[in-house]
Each structure stands twice: as C-alpha cells, then as structure tokens.
Design a protein around this ligand. Sequence first.
Ligand code: ADP
Ligand code: X2W
Length: 310
Amino acid sequence: MTTTRKHTALPKARTLIEALPWLTRHHGKTVVIKFGGNAMIDEELKRAFAQDVVFLRHAGLRPVVVHGGGPQISAQLDLLGLESEFKGGLRVTTPEAMNVVRMVLAGQVQRELVGLLNEHGPLAVGMTGEDAQLMTATKHFAEVDGERVDIGRVGEITAIDPGAVEALLDDGRIPVISSIARSSDDGDDFGVFNVNADTAAAALAAALGAETLMVLTDVEGLYEDWPHSDEVISRLTAAELEKLLPDLASGMVPKMQGCLHAVRNGVHTARVIDGRVQHSILLEIFTDEGIGTMVVPDADTDTETTEGTA
Ligand SMILES: Nc1ncnc2c1ncn2[C@@H]1O[C@H](COP(=O)(O)OP(=O)(O)O)[C@@H](O)[C@H]1O
Ligand SMILES: CC(=O)N[C@@H](CCC(=O)OP(=O)(O)O)C(=O)O
C-alpha cells in the first residue's frame, strides 16, 4: 500500500523559491563584499560569513571579498607598544606602523578568511593591492577642521588594474583582497600605502563594474542621528547621502564616502549591513525589505523599491 508522504521540507523549498527572482537577476553579476574588522567578532560569525560567500559563488554570482582589520591592527600595535591614532576615520600610519598594518592584513586576517572559504573547496585566492598592480596610490592628506593634515603612509588610490581579479573570477575563484596599495611614486623607497578598506572596496567595486557593494560592519546600518538615536536610514539616494557626509563621524566617514563613490561610478546599489548578525549577507538577499542601509544612484530612485532586495 502507498500512502501520501508529509513533506516536512516544504518550507525550505519555499524559501529557496523565494530567492529565485533575486538569483535570476544577479546570476553572473559581481558583488564586492567588504568584511569590516569590527564585524569579525567571533569564529562562528566568520564561518557563517564564509558560508554565505561560498553560497553566492555556487548560486552563480561572482563574489569578491575586501577585508578590513582595524581592531586587529590596533591590537598588534598595542602589543608592540605602539599607539593607534585616527584622524578623519583614518589611521595615522608611521613607517613602523605600516609594516604592522601589512603584516596583520595580508599575513593574518586575509590568511584566516582564505582558510575559512577554502574549507568549502579550492575557491579563495588572497592578494593585496600590490599584486599585479591591482591598486596604485599616492600619499593622502587628511582634512581635519578644514586643515590639511599629514597622516603618514596613508594612500589615496590613483589607479586600479582589476585584470588579475577578473581572471580569478573567470576561473571561478573568490578573490580575497587586503587594502594595501603600491606607491605610484618612483622615488618612494617605502613603496606601499595603507588604504582604508572601505575606500579600497568601493574603488574596486567601481573598477569591476560590480552590481552591488555590500559593507559588513558592527552597526545595523547608517543611524540617522548617531550616537543619540539608533534609527537606521533604510534607503537614500547619492544626493541625500552627499548632504549627510559632512556630519558623519569616525568609521562611517570612509564607509559612506565609499558607498557614494561606488554608486556614482556605475555600481547599482551600495549597502551597509550588520555583520554581527549571523548570515547577514543571505538575510539581506532573502528578506523582502532588506536589512541595513541601501544607497542608490540619483537617477535610479525606483530601483528595486518593489522587490526590496539588492
Ligand atoms: N551615523 C552613524 N551610524 C552608524 N555608525 C556610526 C555613525 N557615525 C559613526 N559611526 C561609527 O562607525 C563605526 C563603524 O565604522 P568602523 O569602526 O570603521 O567599522 P569597520 O571595522 O566595520 O569598518 C560604528 O561602530 C560607529 O561607532
Ligand atoms: C588608512 C586606514 O585607516 N587603514 C585601515 C585599514 C584597515 C581597515 O580599514 O579596517 P576596518 O575596515 O576594519 O576599519 C587601518 O589601518 O585600520
């Protein structure tokens, strides 16, 4: 005798089917995901991040990871008895600190993420902006209270050659990139600059013609009146963001400047989401209204308002 079997997996199938329109629209598209050092709180979160990125890759997208590591660099500097100082959201980087930045980003944080991604197969390849001339920079001066301030070996990106990243993507790999750039100045013996990871991710997203820039951090999104309220701005246009920029503080400055740069240079949407939430990337994709803050280009105000997600 045959009886009808109860399909307990039906809700799972429905969830997968709900993602179908998103997956169809984004198939073959490049998504640059910036994983902030502050979002790398524990091992479980890092593992969930790696699973999400591998999921996107297997779902037919072309994910690129640009990682941060600010707190990890500060911890190492502290161990060495060196101070951490930030101006305009950027680390004041002495030549001594530059060596530590490079060591922690390329030798520690990047290696760990590559290892976690490669638990799922031969996917991730780590590189820094120095490799294959991916990122070239010149010295950046911070602007503090209208003054031009020397903050050491901090770089401003002058050129991106995305060829090596594109070759890796074409080969089905997941590039994992540390935000160190080569110096464009022939007379510069030191040869490398420390670039803020949000800035690097945004510049790379624009150079790759990425569909989406996703920035994972340690807040729910861009708060309207930080630190007085935790009301998150869910969606804003480039022009609206531009007006807010002068009032932003600390780490949000390079992050939102990066989002603005990305959407003004061909990236369809830039999103700031809470990396402290497990599987935040998949949640962002699979929830109707999305989570966090979404920045859209000015001429694109109708973008995905009905569909909600990236
Ligand atoms: N308007 C704002 N909304 C949200 N966070 C803000 C805002 N202004 C400043 N911040 C600060 O920016 C921080 C995120 O930037 P940052 O510390 O550089 O993180 P990450 O390591 O992820 O790049 C938040 O933890 C918060 O303290
Ligand atoms: C110039 C500058 O500030 N560089 C950053 C690079 C790392 C980074 O941006 O890390 P998060 O994304 O975790 O903040 C720094 O030295 O901390």
